[in-house]
Design a binder for this molecule. Sequence first.
Ligand code: ZN
Length: 143
Amino acid sequence: MSDDPCIFCEIVAGRAPAARIYEDDEVLVFLDLYPTARGHTLVIPKVHYENLFEADEDSLMAVTRVARRGAHALRNAIRPDGMTVVQLNGAAAGQTVFHYHVHLIPRHHGDNLKIHGRRTAERSELETQASEIAAAFATTGDA
Ligand SMILES: [Zn+2]
């Protein structure tokens, strides 16, 4: 474990910026700063654990419940052809931030995407997208 502050814990605490979409007591949803597609969204637990192997079941269930709702919200907001939902465990698997997170990546036919983008997104663009998806989230129930 590193002593460096975890960037996702910093976002949860409000000490680092993020284009936030949704949060409840256990889960935070925000746009990936290195998007590989428009609307590339991350769903994280507010408590820190590195990966699936350290996660407690209740927290995983909370993240999964919100990820499902987020996928519906993204589908309503962005109208993709499909949705990649992926979660990486360990550097060998491509994990780059060691705080559990689920990627929701809107997909379009022929996009040929990688999981991680190659450039930082424009902050204003992310904020606009976050507002659109948050509006869809608000009208997308748990059921
Ligand atoms: Zn963390």
